[in-house]
Ligand binder design. Structure first.
Ligand code: IPM
Ligand code: MG
Length: 359
């Protein structure tokens, strides 16, 4: 039976990178390696411009009905003046909440061909393979109360609230621990338990859940130290598990270890295994429309989609191998360009990966 994939190109470079992902999926469909039915919908600023809503109800309904969602990116300066409830980012957050996508997997893997592209010394990053598991539907991103209120004095006060229930912490820890059991069985839970009660509870729950995993080593680290350790000695990490806000920040930090944020895919999963897949880099409005964006994070997100939601892990492996071959051949988009390599456009990179699949 064919699987349904909803494609949401979004804003900025979103349509360009998603265009390459669609070509890849169509090539796989054509050979019968997968049977995927693609449909498209609007999200983010593109949806706001068309409908006045960054997440039209038709888009959310289509996402719910799909086996998987492939998203490009949302946001851009054009929509910054809008009220926060209408900004493109609301579309993304609404999809995460509406589909219950609580588990965000963000692998940071260094392709050996790009060891020289990182701003860190090659010996610090070579062989890097970290999996950041970020909780995605709780924390200060969704906590109440929130907003800006005006005090009696006339001064305004901004409020956001960090909240986690025990069950929310438990389920994200179980995802991280299960994944770690297929890797090096080491998990570092990141919190700020020395200051924030909410994350003191996080630490307590993580420790309790880990008792169910006798072969797993769980360590704890404060988020400030974790940020430092990521750039000092990143290879000490196997799996990191953390809350929504800390995970947002640490995953951007980790992405730079791999040479470019343009290389990092992600998966956001719910309890039913349904998932949304997106590159972690965002809409990059400064380079949108120029054909220079790196499509590899999106193509690697397709691989994650095939592995986690579409029951085609072997095809996922082949896409990842094809990306590696294209890098071996010296093709580089601007963000990962270095001396002696061949600079290519978004389309050339996408087409080279499709061609490499056939090798
Ligand atoms: C991410 C992004 C989003 C987030 C934004 C665009 C809302 O930075 O996916 O990491 O903060 O989660
Ligand atoms: Mg982010």
């Amino acid at each position: 039976m064919s699987k349904k994939v909803l494609v949401l190109p979004g804003d900025g470079i979103g349509p360009e990178i998603i265009g390459e992902a669609v070509k890849l999926l169509e090539a796989l469909n054509a050979t019968g390696e997968v049977a995927i039915e693609l449909s498209h919908a609007l999200v983010g600023g593109a949806a706001y411009d068309e409908t006045g809503d960054p997440l039209p109800s038709a888009t959310l309904a289509a996402a719910r009905a799909a086996d998987a969602v492939l998203l490009g990116a949302v946001g851009g300066p054009k929509w910054e003046p809008l009220h926060i409830s209408k900004r493109p980012e609301r579309g993304l957050l609404g999809l995460r909440a509406g589909l219950g996508l609580f588990a965000n997997l963000r692998p940071a893997i260094l392709y050996p061909q790009l060891a020289g592209a990182s701003t860190l010394k090659p010996e610090v990053v070579s062989g890097l393979d970290i999996l950041i598991v970020r909780e995605l539907t709780g924390d200060i991103y969704f906590g109440q109360p929130r907003g800006v209120e005006t005090l009696a004095s006339g001064e305004r006060r901004g409020i956001n609230t960090m909240v986690y229930t025990e069950s929310e912490v438990e389920r994200i820890c179980r995802v991280a621990f299960d994944l770690a059991m297929q890797r090096q069985r080491r998990v570092c839970s990141v919190d700020k338990a020395n200051v924030l009660e909410c994350t003191e509870l996080w630490r307590e729950v993580a420790t309790r859940v880990a008792a169910d995993y006798p072969d797993l080593t769980l360590t704890h680290m404060y988020v400030d130290n974790a940020a430092m350790q990521l750039v000092r000695a990143p290879k000490q990490f196997d799996v990191m598990v953390t809350g929504n806000l800390f995970g947002d920040i640490l995953s951007d930090c980790a992405s730079q270890l791999t040479g470019s944020i343009g290389m990092l895919p992600s998966a956001s999963l719910n309890a039913a295994g349904q998932g949304m897949y997106e590159p972690i880099h965002g809409s990059a409005p400064d380079i949108a429309g120029q054909g220079v964006a790196n499509p590899l994070a999106t193509l690697l997100s397709v691989a994650m989609m095939l592995r986690y939601s579409l029951e085609a892990p072997a095809v996922a492996d082949r896409i990842e191998a094809a990306v590696s071959r294209v890098l071996d051949a010296g093709l580089r988009t601007a963000d990962i360009m270095s001396a002696g390599m061949r600079r290519v456009s978004t389309i050339e990179m996408g087409e080279a990966v499709v061609a490499a699949l056939r090798q």
